[in-house]
Write a protein that binds this ligand. Sequence first.
Ligand code: PMT
Length: 318
Amino acid sequence: MSSEGEISSFFESSPPLKNMEEIVEKLNQFINWNFSWQGGRRIVCVTSGGTTVPLEQRCVRYIDNFSSGNRGAASTENFIKAGYAVIFLYRRGTCQPYCRYLPDDPFLECFEFPDKTNNIQVRASHLEAVKMAVMDQQRVAVSERRLLKLPFSTIYEYLQMLRLVATALKDIGPYSMFYLAAAVSDFYVPWESMTEHKIESGSGPLEIRLAQVPKMISILRSNWAPKAFCISFKLETDSKILIEKATKALRKYKVHAVVANELSTRKEEVVVVSSSGNVVVRRDCDKPESIVEDNLIRIIVARHSTYIIESQLLIPST
Ligand code: PMT
C-alpha cells in the first residue's frame, strides 16, 4: 500500500496542471447542475484510456499504457442510458462515447457528394454509425448537460485530475461513483530527475530508472471520496492469475467491486469480483450488436442502488 508521504511527494513534484482553474469551474458547474436537478442525479466518473509517462520534460518520447478507450466509452453510453451524469476522464485521442463505430481512418470516408451541388451526404454504408454518433442518446446527453469530457495525456495530468474530480464529488457521497477503467502507469520518471531536452541518441544504449507510481485507489477510498461507490479494474494477460489478483485488490484497496478482465477476451467476458461472490458477465452472443458493457453496467447500477439505500440506513435519524 502506498504511504501518504509517497503520494504527497508525487503530487508536490508533478508539473502543475495548466488549466486547473478552468477544470474546477467546469466540474463545479456540472455537479451543481446535475445534483440539483429534480432531487439529484447520480454522478459517475468514468476513467478511460492509458496514461503516458514522459521521458523528457519537453517531451518527444514517452512510455504508453495499452487501452483503446472502448470500455470507457461504451460504459459511459450505458451509464447515460441508465440516467446518470458522467464525468468522462479520458486519454486524448482515444475512443469517444457514441463514436465507437465511426471509422477513425479516414473519418472523411463517411461522406460523399451525391451530385454536382455542394451538398454533402452520409454514405449508406456508414449511416447507422453516423446516426448513432449525432442522434438519440448523444443528443440527450448534450442537451441535458449529462456528459462532461475532460482529457488527459500524462500520468501527472491524470492523477491530478482524478483528485480534483474526487474532491469536487465529495459532498454528494454515496450518489457518486468511480469507475476506474483507465490503464494507469505503474512506473514513471520523476519530474525532477527527468532531462529537460530531447535525450540524445548518439551516446549508446539508454538506461532509465523508473520509480513506482503510488497506487492512488487507496487514498481515493480513504481520503478523497470515502463515501463514493468505487469500482476498479484488473487487467491481466495470464488468465490463471486474474481472479486471484482481482480478489487481492478487492481486499487491499477496499473497493466495492473489481472488474477482472483478460486482454484477449475482454470484449466477450469480464468477472465482477466482490465480497458477495464472483459473477461472470458476458455479451449476449445471440444478439450481434450486444456488448459486454450492456450487462456489466446493469449489474453495477443495481449494486450502486443497493449501496445508496444501505448508506441512507446508516445515517442516524434526528
Ligand atoms: O480500453 P480498452 O481497449 O477497451 O480496454 C479496457 C481495459 C482492459 C484497459 C480495462 O478494462 C482495464 O482493465 N483497465 C484497468 C487496467 C489497469 O491499469 O489495470 P492494473 O491492474 O494495472 O490496475 C488496477 C487498478 O489500479 C486500476 O483500476 C487503476 O485505475 C488502479 N491504479 C493503477 C496504477 C496506479 N498507479 N494507481 C491506481 O490507482
